[in-house]
Design a protein around this ligand. Structure first.
Ligand SMILES: Nc1ncnc2c1ncn2[C@@H]1O[C@H](COP(=O)(O)OP(=O)(O)OP(=O)(O)O)[C@@H](O)[C@H]1O
Ligand SMILES: [Mg+2]
Length: 501
C-alpha cells in the first residue's frame, strides 16, 4: 500500500516538472492537462486548474489511455531531453523508496509534541516540482536514523578542538552550553552523527578529540541537516555530505562567514520591517564554529547557530512551517479572508525588504514559518535561512571578496529569486490548498500587492510584475538531468496569476 502511495507521488512530481519545463508541449484539455514527452502524449486530471494537484496520470497508446508509471515517465524523459544521464533513474527510484519507507515508519513513530517541530517533520512528499524530491544519496549511513519525516531523534557527536585550531565568528556561546567534559585548552564542536560517519574527522595528533555522544537528543528539521536542540533552544545547521534535491548540503566557508555578517547587517533591516509590518520576524544566525584542518574539514565540520522561533513569536502564536500548511486543510470557514491575511503577513514584508532595504529574502515554502493565532489565522511570518538571503546595492567594503560575492545578487537576479520563491513556489501552493476559486484568491493577492505598490510609488519591477508578464519558475528537472549546480539553475516562464480584475 505504501508503495502505491509513493509511486503516485513520484509520477505526479515528474509529471508536474514536464508540464512546467516543456513549454509548447503542455496544453489544458477540459479537466486534464496534457503534455507530450518523448513523443508520447500524457494526461492527468488537474483539479482546480493547477498542476499542484494532479492525479491519475495516463499515457496514450494508439487511441487508448493507459496508466502511466514513474518508470515509463523516466524513460520518456530520457528520450525527450538532450544527452544521457545514467544516474537519473536511480535518483527517481531512490526518492520513491524514501517516501515508501517514511510512510511505513510514520505508521509507528510518534510525532513531536511541539506543533512547530511536528510541522517541520510533515514534508513526506517534498518539493512538488522536483523529479527526485526525497532522494538522499550518501556513501554511508542509513538516512532513516536521521530523517525528520520518520520522527527520528538522536544525540550529537561531540568533538573537542584545540584552541589554536578553532575557527569561529560571532556569538557561538550556545554551543558551549552543551554539557560535556571539555579538556582545558579545547573548545566543544558538535557534529551531526551522519556527517561524523561520512567524513571521519582525523582524531589523535591532529588537535581533535572525540568526546563521544552528547547526553541529550536533538530533532531534525525539514532540511534534514539543520536540527533543533531543545536543551539550548537553538537550531544548529550542519554540513551534510548528502545530496538533497539539487545540492550536496555543505556549508562553504564563505557561507558560514556570510551568515554571521548578514545577521549583523539584517538586525536593523528587520527592526524597520517589523515597525512597518508588525507580524515580521526572522531567525538570526549569530555565529559559527569550525576547525582549521584544511578546507574539507573546515567546511565539513562547520556548524552555524540559528535562533529558534520559540520566544520570537510571542504568547498565543504558534509557528508552523509554510510547506506543512500547504498540505493541510486551511482557511477555516472563510478562506478568502484567511488568504488576504496570509498575503499581507508573508508577501508584503518580502517586497518591502527588496524595495526599501535591498534585501533578497528566499521565502520558499521551506524557509518561512507562519505564526498562527489560536483561531488558526496567519498573524506572523518568520523568515529564515541566510544562505539564500542576499543583498542588492549594499556597500560591502571591508568584507572579504568571496564572502561579499556570495552574499550579493544583481538587482535583476535578486528580483527573479524573490518572485520565484514568493509567488511561484510559495503563494501558488498555499492558494491551491485553500479550496477557494483561484481567480478570486489571485485577485485578492493582486489587490494587496497593488495597495502596497501605491504606498511606495510603484517601483519598476513591481509595475512589471503586476502587468501580467510571465513569471520565472525554477527548472528542477532540467537542472537534475543536466547535473547542473544549483547556483547555475535555469528558469522557465510560467503564467502570471497576479492579474488585477
Ligand atoms: N516547496 C519547496 N521549495 C523548496 N524547498 C523545498 C520545498 N519543499 C521541500 N523542500 C525541501 O527543503 C529543503 C530546502 O533547502 P534549503 O537549501 O532552503 O535548506 P537548507 O539550506 O539545507 O537548510 P535550512 O533551511 O535549515 O537553512 C530541501 O531539502 C528541499 O527539498
Ligand atoms: Mg532552507
Amino acid at each position: 500500500m505504501y508503495i502505491d502511495v509513493a509511486e503516485r507521488a513520484t509520477v505526479a512530481a515528474l509529471f508536474r516538472c514536464c508540464v512546467r519545463e516543456l513549454p509548447g508541449q503542455a496544453f489544458p484539455a477540459g479537466a486534464y492537462t496534457m503534455v507530450r514527452v518523448g513523443g508520447v502524449w500524457l494526461r492527468a486530471l488537474t483539479g482546480g486548474g493547477t498542476a499542484v494537484r494532479l492525479s491519475g496520470p495516463q499515457r496514450l497508446t494508439g487511441s487508448a489511455w493507459e496508466p502511466l508509471t514513474s518508470a515509463d515517465l523516466v524513460e520518456l524523459i530520457g528520450r525527450e531531453l538532450p544527452g544521457v544521464n545514467g544516474e537519473f533513474a536511480e535518483q527517481v527510484t531512490g526518492s520513491r523508496k524514501v517516501i515508501e519507507r517514511v510512510l511505513a515508519a510514520r505508521a509507528h513513530a510518534k510525532p513531536p509534541a511541539d506543533p512547530w517541530m511536528a510541522s517541520e517533520q510533515e514534508l513526506v512528499f517534498g518539493h512538488p516540482f522536483h523529479p527526485a524530491p526525497k532522494a538522499r544519496e550518501a556513501v554511508k549511513g542509513d538516512w532513516i536514523d536521521y530523517a525528520p519525516e520518520a520522527h527520528a531523534t538522536f544525540p550529537l557527536r561531540l568533538l573537542a578542538v584545540r584552541e589554536d585550531l578553532v575557527v569561529e565568528e560571532g556569538d557561538v556561546s550556545a554551543v558551549d552550553r552543551i554539557p560535556a567534559e571539555v579538556p582545558p585548552g579545547y573548545r566543544l564542536l558538535p557534529v551531526h552523527p551522519w556527517q561524523y560517519e561520512l567524513i571521519q574527522p582525523p582524531l589523535g595528533d591532529s588537535g581533535l578529540l572525540d568526546l563521544g555522544w552528547a547526553d541529550h537528543e536533538v530533532l531534525p528539521t525539514s532540511s534534514v541537516r539543520t536540527v533543533y536542540d531543545p536543551l539550548l533552544d537553538k537550531c544548529l545547521k550542519f554540513s551534510l555530505d548528502v545530496r538533497i534535491t539539487n545540492c550536496v548540503r555543505k556549508n562553504a566557508w564563505y557561507e558560514l562567514s556570510g551568515a554571521v555578517e548578514l545577521s549583523r547587517r539584517l538586525a536593523p533591516v528587520f527592526a524597520a520591517l517589523t515597525e512597518r509590518f508588525p507580524g515580521t520576524r526572522w531567525l538570526p544566525e549569530p555565529g559559527y564554529r569550525s576547525v582549521d584542518l584544511g578546507r574539507e574539514m573546515l567546511e565539513g565540520l562547520g556548524v552555524l547557530v540559528r535562533c529558534s522561533p520559540h520566544g520570537r513569536c510571542g504568547p498565543g502564536v504558534t509557528p508552523v512551517l509554510a510547506g506543512a500548511l500547504a498540505l493541510r486543510d486551511i482557511g477555516g470557514g472563510d478562506p478568502v479572508s484567511w488568504w488576504r491575511a496570509y498575503v499581507e503577513v508573508v508577501a508584503l514584508p518580502v517586497l518591502e525588504a527588496y524595495f526599501r532595504h535591498g534585501v533578497v529574502l528566499e521565502p520558499h515554502l521551506q524557509n518561512v514559518l507562519v505564526g498562527l493565532d489560536p483561531a488558526g489565522w496567519p498573524v506572523q511570518a518568520v523568515f529564515r535561512d541566510l544562505e539564500g538571503t542576499k543583498l542588492v546595492g549594499h556597500d560591502l567594503a571591508g568584507v572579504p571578496g568571496e564572502v561579499a560575492a556570495a552574499m550579493t545578487y544583481t538587482p535583476e537576479k535578486g528580483w527573479d529569486r524573490v518572485v520565484y520563491c514568493l509567488v511561484v513556489n510559495h503563494l501558488a501552493e498555499i492558494a491551491a490548498s485553500l479550496g477557494a476559486p483561484l481567480e478570486t484568491l489571485w485577485g485578492v493577492a493582486a489587490e494587496e500587492i497593488s495597495a502596497y505598490g501605491d504606498s511606495i510609488g510603484w517601483p519598476e519591477p513591481l509595475r512589471r510584475l503586476m502587468s501580467g508578464v510571465p513569471l520565472p519558475a525554477k527548472a528542477n528537472l532540467t537542472v537534475r538531468w543536466a547535473r547542473r549546480a544549483d547556483r547555475a539553475a535555469t528558469y522557465v516562464p510560467v503564467a502570471n496569476p497576479l492579474v488585477v480584475a
